[in-house]
Design a protein around this ligand. Structure first.
Ligand SMILES: [Zn+2]
Length: 306
């Protein structure tokens, strides 16, 4: 059974937000040209999601095509919680809803409360480098407290290198402060909130050593294996095989969550990421039972159905 712990739900609202950001950058005369979600999709040569329900159905068909049981869908701009909530409500047995939250927003706590209590989303996604809020900041602590008060809510923290391909393609600025995504600081939070499961995606996205140290000292830190993990090129000679073996040696199989980082159509679900990681796990001599945890069982434990 395959479950994917890291997919992005690129909703009409997501593209609409990018359209507004692109419009704001244009000089006055061309700003008169209406920017729309469909226009953005045309520029990217990606399929227009059209509506949340059509995109949700397309995701189900895509998961079915590849034999994937369930997937985390992440609202990928702040404020897009309702889109993912609608997708989850339409297909509750297939999707788990996560949402990006900007802790510097004045309504961050209210927004998180609503997303968790009313919209039934189950993961809060923090991008400290993007939102310029340190993990040591009280505003982050207050958000994590909301997760601590609600069993079953996971906190996802992007660390290390952060690039948002879609922003780059559209020429949108990305003023990310990479000093702010240090897994060691996730460790401090995870120690303070031992009952909250934390997920560090891409095994630290370049900060592998720090991610391993943090996870070794905090049993509530998990890694997701998603994306092509091209950050391995920052360490000469490093391979994904070695990364996954190191992660297995330090945290064991029960804290690794398979993920792809799939996002747009027509590309759809990234089977290539799965094939690579499945080969690595098989060749590493991981037992069938442990491999089943990585590719699906740990997901089921963190996000039980129903
Ligand atoms: Zn991602």
């Amino acid at each position: 059974m395959i479950n994917d712990a890291h997919c992005h739900f690129f909703s009409p609202q997501f593209f609409g937000t990018l359209a507004r950001q692109q419009l704001a950058m244009r000089p006055a005369p061309s700003a008169m040209v209406a920017a729309s979600a469909s226009e953005i999709c045309r520029q990217l040569q990606w399929d227009d999601p059209v509506a949340v329900h059509t995109l949700a159905d397309r995701w189900v068909a895509e998961l079915d095509r590849h034999g994937v049981n369930r997937a985390v869908l992440m609202a990928s701009v702040p404020g897009d919680e309702p889109s993912v909530a609608e997708a989850v409500a339409r297909h509750p047995s297939r999707f788990v809803g996560f949402f990006m939250l900007d802790p510097s927003a004045t309504d961050a706590s209210d927004r998180a409360r609503r997303a968790l209590d009313e919209l039934r989303l189950r993961g809060i996604c923090l991008f400290p480098a993007m939102h310029h809020v340190a993990l040591t900041d009280d505003r982050v602590r207050r958000i994590v407290e909301l997760a601590a008060e609600r069993p079953g809510v996971t906190v996802f923290v992007h660390c290390g290198v952060l690039t948002v391909g879609v922003r780059r393609k559209l020429g949108l600025p990305s003023h990310f402060d990479l000093r702010l995504g240090n897994p060691i600081e996730v460790g401090s939070l995870a120690l303070a909130f031992p009952n909250v499961p934390f997920v560090i995606p891409h095994v630290g996205a370049g900060l592998l050593r720090e991610a391993l140290i943090a996870a070794d000292t905090c049993a509530n830190i998990h890694f997701d294996t998603s994306s092509s993990n091209s950050w391995i090129r920052y360490t000469p000679g490093l391979t994904l095989d070695a990364v996954l073996k190191a992660a297995l040696a330090v945290v064991g199989p029960s804290r690794l969550l398979f993920g792809t980082d799939s996002s747009f159509f027509p590309r759809g679900w990234q089977k290539g990421v799965y094939d690579t990681q499945r080969r690595i796990v098989d060749e590493a001599g991981v037992s069938t039972a442990d491999a089943a945890l990585i590719f699906g069982g740990n997901f089921e434990r963190l996000f039980p159905s129903g």
